[in-house]
Write a protein that binds this ligand. Structure first.
Ligand SMILES: [Fe+2]
Length: 363
């Protein structure tokens, strides 16, 4: 951001051509800076899209709660945290200094923005609305999995939230895993499979897995899930409930997977629509903004539109964590530095094409 306006945004995978590239996004950083010929040393702030200390705290508490289960994944997780993630400021400073050797020891200040504030900011601040409700649904950040905000001008207020392990994103990913797709990547395939199936398993999901309240809040029955401390999303009890082990990746897709896809899609839509109704009752806002990985479920978003609860909705196109970086920068500019904001009815993203463009010749 420059003076609160978006200069550029890009995902590392667009440069490295490795889907969901988990490495430090140095190519994306370089591109964003080059777009306006900005030197790294001239940055006022670098803002990261979650708080690693809080996240580490959640992971530790989860392992303690489930102990002695999860010893093997604990060792693996700690290895990564102790080597890298706990020292994120050091990692970021090191990489940024590497862009330009003239940067002195104290590189631009590095700040952390909580994960769901990053999502909420990515949905509200670039939206055309001066005043709106904001719904964020994802797998998990630090603790929060579902958050509802009210936004006005340059302010975002957290109204309420649900916390780990009760997560709609992780529930959906559990079914992504069970139907043989890759978690965090294949969710769109599960959504695409849904219209081929019948909602045969909806009552099983609602009777056994999800305790769904009228207001859309919910709790997962953790007897069926392994994701807090296991290597897999679901356990044997879950597999027995649905009549067998998960589909082997790349094996034939059967009617069962289609019916399961349809069922979890229907449950997801039901949860989202109930929460949207609750938000409309609790807040007097005519507009709704959406972000978080579940915000990529376009079919569920369509349901909210059809319900006509809101005059209009605005969805962050990069609803998943990719958009969190934009939100973190926005949150710092408006929420922390308190700059004024005029929404002026315009989409501040001006579409979603914020990355590099290529000439005919180079293509
Ligand atoms: Fe997220």
């Amino acid at each position: 951001l420059q003076n609160g306006n978006i200069i550029a945004a890009a995902q590392e995978e667009r440069f490295s051509r490795r889907k969901g590239d988990p490495r430090f996004p140095i190519n994306a950083v370089r591109y964003c800076l080059d777009e306006k010929k900005i030197a790294a040393i001239d940055l006022d702030y670098i803002v990261f899209y979650d708080d690693p200390r809080l996240k580490f705290n959640r992971i530790l508490e989860t392992y303690f709660a489930f102990a002695p289960r999860g010893v093997d994944t604990f060792v693996e997780a700690m290895n990564e945290w102790v080597k890298k993630k706990l020292f994120l400021k050091r990692v970021i400073a090191h990489e940024i200094r590497g862009l330009n050797e003239t940067i002195p020891d104290n590189c631009p200040p590095i700040e952390f923005c909580s994960h769901h504030l990053s999502h909420a900011a990515s949905a509200f601040y670039p939206s055309p609305f001066h005043q709106a409700s904001v719904l964020c649904l994802d797998g998990v950040g630090e603790w929060t999995t579902t958050s509802v905000w009210s936004g006005e001008g340059n302010k975002l207020n957290l109204e309420w939230e649900l916390q780990f392990p009760h997560s709609l994103g992780l529930l959906y990913s559990a079914f992504t895993y069970y139907t043989g797709f890759r978690v965090n990547f294949g969710e769109y395939k599960l959504m695409g499979l849904a219209p081929y199936g019948d909602p045969k398993y909806v009552s099983i999901i609602l009777d056994e897995l999800v305790d769904l309240k009228d207001d859309g809040t919910f709790r997962l029955n953790m007897e069926y899930f392994d994701f807090p401390v296991g290597f897999t999303m679901t356990n044997n009890k879950f597999h027995e409930l649905f009549g067998g082990p998960p589909r082997k990746p790349e094996s034939k897709i059967t009617q069962k997977e289609m019916d399961i896809a349809r069922s979890i899609q229907d449950v997801t839509e039901e949860i989202i629509v109930r929460i949207a109704r609750t938000i409309r009752c609790e807040q007097q806002n005519e507009y709704l903004c959406i972000a978080g990985g579940v915000g990529l479920n376009a079919v569920a978003n369509g349901r909210i539109l059809k319900e006509e609860l809101f005059k209009d909705i605005w969805i962050q196109p990069a609803s998943g964590d990719a958009g969190g970086s934009l939100g973190a920068a926005y949150a710092h500019w408006f929420d922390f530095l308190k700059h004024s904001r005029s929404a002026n009815g315009m989409d501040q993203m001006q579409g979603a094409y914020l990355g590099p463009s290529y000439s005919q010749e180079s293509i």
